[in-house]
Design a protein around this ligand. Sequence first.
Ligand code: NZQ
Ligand code: ZN
Length: 388
Amino acid sequence: MLGNFTYCNPTKLYFGKDALDGLNKELPKYGKNVLLVYGGGSIKKNGIYDKVVAALKANGKNIFEDAGVMPNPTVEKLNEGIERAKKAKADFILAVGGGSVCDYAKAVSISVNCNDNPWDKYFIRFEEPTCPIIPVGCVLTMVGTGSEMNGGSVITNHQQKLKIGHVFGEEVFPKFSIMNPEFTFTLPKYQMVSGIYDIMSHILEQYFSGTDDNTSDYIMEGLLRSLIHSANVAVENPNDYQARSNIMWTATWALNTLVAKGKTTDWMVHMLGQAVAAYTDATHGMTLAAVSMPYYRYILTDGIAKFARYAVNVWNVNPAGKTESQIANEGLNAMEAWMKKIGLVMNITELGATEDMLDGMVKSTLIMDGGYKVMDEQDIRTVLKASF
Ligand code: NZQ
Ligand code: ZN
C-alpha cells in the first residue's frame, strides 16, 4: 500500500538541443554577482564554458569563478568555495558540470551564511539549513547522479575517511537545470558507463524494498528497461542522440524523489560504495558496480519474490517450470553479464582497495534499515570481502 506523502519538485528543467537558451529566461531573475562553479576543465575543452560565459555577459552579470571542483568534492574545497562566494558577495551560483559540481554548489549555497561548521552540521549531524540560502542553477554535463533535480549533496572528508551524502529538502534543489544531451557526448566511455550504472543503482536501491503492490515499482521497471536498451545503443554509438537523451531523462527520474514516494527504500549499495570511495576516491558509479553483485547475492533469499519479479519484468527471464530461486538467480546472472558487457568495474581491487582497508571500510559503512535484510557489521564485512 502506498504510504502517506507530500510531493513537490521545485526544479524547472530546460531539456534538449536548445536548452542553454533557458539561461536567458532564468538569469534575469537573480542578482548581478554570479559564482560560476566548474570542475577540472572539461567545459573549457568542449566549448560549454564559452557558451555559458557569453550568456552570463549578455545578461549583464559579474562573473566570479570557482574552478577545480574535483570528482567526489572534498570538505577542504567546500571551505574554499565558501570563502570565494563570500568575497564575491554571490547572489547566485551557477554550477556547470556533473554531480560533483552540482552537489558542491548546493553545499556552498547552504554554507555561506551558516555560522556553524558545515561538515559537522550537515554531514555528521544531518541538520537542515537554518540560514539564508544562495539560489543555485545547473548546466549538466555528466549524467547519472540526478543532482540536477534533487536536494542531494555528497561531500568527502579524507581526514575522517568518510564520504557522506545528505538529501536536503526543496529549498536546496536547483532552481533550474539546463539539460542538453549533446553536452554529454564528450564524456569518456568510463564516465558514461559509470553514470549509467549510477542510474541503475538509484532505481534498484528504491525497487528492492517492500513487498506491497506499489505503482513506483512499475514505473521503475519501465525506467530500467529503457535504461538497459539505451545503454546498449550508447555503448556502441556514444553520439546517438536518442539513446543519450533517454539516458539523461532516465537519470533525472531515477532520483528526483518521485519513485521513492509512498514506499520504503534500501540504499545499502550506496553506503557500501561510499565507504569504498572514502578509502580509494574511486569513481562513484564504479564503486556501486563493484559491490552490487556480492550485495544482491547476499540478500537474495530475503527478498526472493522481488528478485524473481525483477528477473521476469526487467531481464525477460522465462519463468516457466522454474522455482522462484532459479528465476531470481537467472535475473542476477543476466544483470551481471550485462554489467560486464558495457564495461563496468566488477570488483573493488581494480578500484584501488586493498585488504588492509577492510576494517576501516566496514566502519565507514552507514547502515540503513529499509532493505530486505538489515545488515550488521559482520554482514558488511562479508559483502565487502566478496567484493575484492
Ligand atoms: O572536472 P571535469 O574536467 O569537468 O571532468 C569531469 C570529471 O572528471 C568529467 N566530465 C563531466 N562532464 C564532462 C566530463 N568530461 C568530458 N565531457 C563532459 N561533458 O567527468 C568526471 C566525473 O564528473 P563528476 O561530476 O564527478 O561525476 P558524477 O556526475 O558521477 O558525480 C559524482 C558525484 O556525485 C555524487 C557522487 O557521490 C559523487 O561525489 N552523487 C550525488 C547524488 C545526488 N546529488 O543525489 C547521488 C549519487 O548517488 C551520488 O552519490
Ligand atoms: Zn549514486
